[in-house]
Design a protein. Structure first.
Length: 384
């Protein structure tokens, strides 16, 4: 059976599962219903499924083939956003990856290599792929494929490196009028940090960004705050640029502490994600196959960055792709109620099926054409 025939046969069932996920959105590490739907479909297709990998109840690893190389992975995301449901379209990522896996199985019933399907929970801040990488779930995999719905048709994702940093200033409580000289204002120190970062922001390189919030600033207006906490989202065009900005933030915080008589603690408040490395060989293959469905992928608009994702960590270990395919117009945005609605629209169905077919065809190419995988690794090393 051809990939196209398989996707056509599976179309209604894939859309049914997509709507189940969309209608029952589950937050990071709580994706039990989504996981059950996906595992059920893979098990019915005779994939060997290992649930609960990496110690995560809503993660899984499924396999078709001999276990021998080449070993190619399709990545499925399925967590939703608090209050917004599937406003990032992960229901489409999950079912496109599922459809691709089932189509590869139909197209290559006697596969000599190995197709792996990895269920990756908690992309929205939980870093499921990072946890799976650290636990060895990706060991032996030679390339990883996925797609993401969006507002642009882009061959690859210009996603930056990201991490959240917690800053905690300690001062000394006092009455602001009764004994003001005894107080050491921790909140004033935190405010100074925001001011310093505003000055720093004006000279940051392309792709670098820092944005903060106050998470604790005192308990009463008649008490000099002895504790103030802030959380800062730090991004960089590359992981090295992100780490450099974290070092600058840390230096600013310690300088302000010395100047204000406070003490300060700076620590990571999230796993952090690395930047995404494009793989020209694989993303080019995906784009060629997607063009057969009438969708043309362009290069990303220079200077436009759409966020961060734990696929970045995977892409820094092996060749990987994360193209964007639009399910709505470019004047819209994901992480909005409008995008959540679009993720259950007729256009979303068409895009999901087209992406499933292109992913499957790309996987078949990599599994059956050794020169493509060799070129992918050559591109990977060149990008590094």
């Amino acid at each position: 059976m051809t990939v196209r025939d398989s996707i056509a046969r599976l179309a209604d069932e894939l859309w049914r599962i997509s709507l189940v996920l969309h209608g029952h959105p589950e937050l990071a590490f709580q994706e039990h219903r989504a996981c059950a739907e996906l595992i059920g479909a893979l098990s019915a297709a005779q994939f060997e499924v290992e649930p609960g990998v990496a110690g995560l109840p809503t993660a899984f690893r499924a396999q078709w083939g001999t276990g021998a190389p080449p070993r190619i992975a399709l990545l499925l995301e399925y967590d939703a956003l608090p209050g917004l449901g599937h406003a990032c379209g992960h229901n489409l990522i999950a079912t496109a990856g599922l459809g691709a896996a089932l189509a590869v199985r139909d197209a290559l019933p006697d596969l000599a290599g190995t197709l792996v399907v990895i269920g990756t929970p908690a992309e929205e801040g939980g870093g499921g792929k990072v946890l799976e990488l650290n636990a060895g779930v990706f060991d032996g995999i030679e390339a990883a494929l996925m797609f993401h719905p969006g507002v642009h048709d882009w061959r690859y994702a210009p996603l930056t490196a990201q991490i959240e940093i917690a800053v905690r200033f300690h001062g000394r409580a006092a009455h602001p009028t009764g004994n003001p000289t005894e107080g050491v204002d921790a909140l004033a120190a935190l405010v100074q940090l925001f001011t310093a970062l505003a000055m720093l922001r004006s000279r940051l390189p392309l792709g670098s960004h820092v944005q903060g919030i106050v998470t604790q600033g005192g308990t009463a207006t008649n008490i000099v705050p002895d504790l103030a906490e802030g959380r800062f989202g730090v991004r960089g065009l590359t992981t090295a640029a992100r780490d450099d900005l974290v070092a600058q933030l840390t230096e600013c915080a310690h300088g302000i502490a010395q100047a204000t008589g406070t003490t300060v603690e700076v620590s990571a408040a999230s796993h952090g994600y690395q930047h995404v490395r494009d793989n020209a060989a694989l993303s080019g293959a995906f784009a060629r196959h997607l063009a057969e469905a009438g969708i043309t992928l362009a290069e990303p608009t220079p200077g436009v960055f759409l966020g961060s994702s734990d696929i970045g960590d995977v892409s820094n270990i092996m060749p990987a792709i994360h193209p964007f395919v639009a399910i709505t117009d470019p004047d819209k945005s994901d992480h909005t109620p409008e995008f959540a609605a679009a993720a259950a629209s007729p256009r979303a169905r068409a895009v999901m099926l087209a992406a499933a077919e292109a992913l499957a065809c790309t996987a078949v190419d990599v599994l059956t054409e050794p020169e493509l995988l060799a070129q992918a690794w050559q591109d990977f090393h060149a990008a590094g």
